[in-house]
Design a protein. Structure first.
Length: 432
């Protein structure tokens, strides 16, 4: 058990107590049991690494129903980030802003999921606000994923992932309103209950469309629950919605999808299951292996059997892939992006930034932040870093919940927040 005093000391000095370890390597890295923290210990620049050896036994702690209590942002609260960076509020007054993506011409497309809209923002005034904003398309059903096709500087279509379909709209650079109606490409995505967000991305060569479909349940057995058919998978199609196949499976909620522009590798940001304890099961960010099995629902984090399904499908136990980066359990990891800009210092180029929405199943909240996953030669070491924090008040009330993240035309980092219904901008102002 880690005492409160020891937890505080971990942030400033090496502290060893029963079951904890604190390491320093390229900056502070929380390891072992110390890596399982909460919002009170999130701090820009703090790094952590969770490994399979650190995982507790199921039910070692009691799960908690601790949903976010959203309150207005107090005037004295603002997102926190690293020295040399500044966080600015780009837009306010949105309605449930979720995924955000930059169009090739620099416009920002945002899915407002609950009202069913895709909104566009363009440019920036002297006071840091959008020069223009318009609704590109409306009448959609819980839209989330947005992708431009074909990949490259001159797309002809905008694809949108509805909760039960993939549609596309004609598009030419600079369009702020769709010039034609929605054309249905995939009419029959699994839908109804459970995880509703459907992300859509294309391979670099434009030949494959990937669609993430989350599970219907926490950990129901698909053998006996038909509602789980073709769910908890990354599906693949041609851009015309043909040649359906399962690209990877056993991924509980692959809401974050991105293709590494450096090598074409598909990556995923995943919400893992709840109810097994405060520190189970880690969410994760990982590259995706074609045909790979990631465990859900029978296993988690390699060959760890889910206790509610123990003994089922032993033939799959040795096939479970361990993800690259284990994220604090119950962080609710959502959209991720690769940093391709030139504004941030060189060490950030090619790294992953991801939004942690924050979940409900941990006694003391975790997530509610933007994290950075450093990559070297396109590979992750398992370490991730708190990059933008400060969305939870000292009493546990929540004013902000990051969802989507993308890189703007000028190299700043943009992210949506459906707690304060805002878009935020992270700018580098220090010396390179």
């Amino acid at each position: 058990m880690i005492t409160i005093g020891c937890r505080r000391a971990l942030l400033v000095t090496a502290c060893l107590c029963a079951g904890t370890a604190f390491a320093q390597s390229n900056g502070n890295v929380l390891t072992g049991q110390s890596a399982f923290t909460n919002y009170k210990l999130e701090k820009p620049g703090l790094k952590r690494k969770i490994t399979l050896a650190d995982l507790p036994q199921p039910y070692a702690t009691q799960s908690a129903e601790n949903g976010a209590h959203i309150v207005p942002r107090p005037a004295n609260m603002w997102p926190k980030t690293l020295p040399g960076f500044t966080v600015q509020q780009y837009a306010t007054g949105l309605d449930n802003p979720r995924l955000i993506i930059k169009a090739p011409n620099g416009d920002l497309f945002v899915a407002e999921s609950q009202p069913g809209d895709i909104r566009v923002f363009r440019g920036m005034t002297k006071d840091g606000k959008p020069e223009k904003s318009d609704v590109f398309a409306t009448g959609l059903k819980m839209p989330f994923g947005i992708a431009f096709y074909p990949p490259g500087p001159n797309p002809q279509w905008v694809y949108v992932g509805n909760t039960g379909s993939v549609v596309r709209f004609p598009y030419h650079n600079g369009d702020m309103k769709a010039t034609g109606g929605a054309q249905t490409i995939v009419p029959d995505l699994p839908a109804g209950g459970g995880h509703w967000a459907r992300n859509v991305v294309f391979s670099l060569d434009g030949k494959t469309m990937f669609v993430g479909v989350g599970s219907h349940s926490n950990h129901d057995d698909p053998d006996t629950h038909p509602a789980e058919k073709h769910r908890a998978n990354i599906l693949a199609y041609t851009p015309e919605g043909k040649d359906f196949r399962i690209y990877a499976y056993g991924i509980r909620n692959p809401s974050g999808l991105a293709v590494n522009p450096a090598n074409g590798q598909l990556w995923v940001s995943t919400n893992e299951r709840d109810t097994l304890g405060n520190d189970l099961v880690p969410d994760y960010i990982s590259h995706v292996q074609k045909g790979g099995f990631y465990g859900w629902p029978w296993f988690y984090m390699g060959g760890h059997w889910d206790p509610t399904l123990k003994g089922k499908h032993p033939e799959l136990k040795d096939k479970v892939i361990t993800p690259d980066v284990l994220i604090q359990p119950h962080s609710a990891s959502l959209q991720l992006t690769f940093y391709t800009g030139s504004q941030f210092p060189e060490k950030y180029h090619g790294d992953i930034f991801a939004a942690e929405h924050g979940s409900w199943n941990k006694r003391t909240r975790a997530g509610y932040e933007i994290i950075r996953v450093p990559l070297k030669d396109g590979k992750a070491s398992g370490v991730y870093e708190d990059f933008v924090t400060g969305f939870v008040l000292p009493d546990g009330d929540v004013w902000g919940r990051p969802v989507g993240v993308t890189v703007a035309q000028d190299g700043s980092l943009m992210f949506t927040d459906d707690g304060s219904n805002s878009i935020w901008r992270v700018v580098y102002t220090g010396k390179k």
